[in-house]
Design a protein around this ligand. Structure first.
Ligand SMILES: [Zn+2]
Length: 255
């Protein structure tokens, strides 16, 4: 005669039931603790996914500023070319006036003299208009040049700031990775204590349910989806004989 473990016909049914019950209840309790870690892992991962976008935005903001600066530089260049052309035109026109003034001494008739004088006067009038335009253009170039200088300094500031910002975000990414590593480690203290099929079911739920695989029963409702739960479901969860899920959101229920 010898006593055998669990399955012995001598073992009272109630005891087997109790052992099984403790098993499931204990595992759910571990899952509740694991869920706390996984919730944080989920949040940190989402934050981590946003970080490269943050860097991209910082870069784009700078590139926009840089683009505007380049356009400004380009417009200054064009203005300078235009100014040079106007100055050349003025010089040519002034040459023409000089030539006419020399020719003026060579004309024979008064009529010819008068008409040439008029031509010279018209040309001079044109030239003084052109001169005014050139002065205006020069002022424009001057003020734009100053603006470009100012913008150049501000752009360099922005470049430094961008680099600092990117370095800050990269540091945050590193810190997140460290935190996640720590959480993964503490996760490893819980996972070996859960039945593998239950663990993989839990992990699938984690993925599908935004990091929340478990739902507590609060005021007869599932806290995951706020759906009211039938008394029979609540009873099953209290008994702790099996894993019970919410029919609506599929999360594993616990009390
Ligand atoms: Zn639910």
């Amino acid at each position: 005669m010898h006593e055998v473990s669990g399955s012995s016909p001598d073992t009272p049914i109630a005891l087997i039931k109790f052992l099984k019950m403790a098993g499931i209840k204990e595992q759910v309790a571990i899952l509740v603790q694991l869920q706390e870690i996984d919730k944080e892992i989920y949040i940190l991962r989402r934050i981590g996914e946003e970080k490269p976008k943050e860097i991209e935005k910082i870069r784009e903001a700078f590139q926009e500023k840089e683009k505007l600066f380049k356009e400004m530089e380009e417009s200054l260049k064009e203005k300078k070319i235009k100014l040079k052309e106007m100055e050349l035109e003025l010089r040519t026109k002034e040459e023409n006036v000089k030539k006419l003034q020399i020719q003026l001494y060579q004309v024979k008739t008064n009529k010819e003299y008068a008409s040439m004088q008029k031509e010279i006067a018209d040309l001079k009038a044109d030239n003084s208009l052109l001169e005014e335009e050139i002065i205006k253009e020069m002022e424009g170039v001057d003020s734009l040049e100053k603006e470009v200088e100012k913008e150049k300094i501000s752009l360099e500031d922005a470049r430094k700031k961008m680099e600092e910002e990117i370095a800050r975000v990269n540091k945050e990414i590193e810190e997140l990775k460290e935190k996640l590593k720590g959480l993964e480690n503490s996760r490893g203290e819980f996972t070996p204590r859960i039945d593998p099929p239950l663990l993989s079911r839990y992990e699938r739920l984690l993925e599908n349910k935004q990091g929340r695989a478990l739902a507590q029963i609060v005021k007869d409702s599932c806290s995951g989806c706020n759906m009211g739960l039938p008394p029979q479901v609540i009873n099953e969860v209290s008994m702790g004989e099996k894993i019970v899920t919410c029919e609506n959101c599929m999360r594993i229920l616990y009390i």
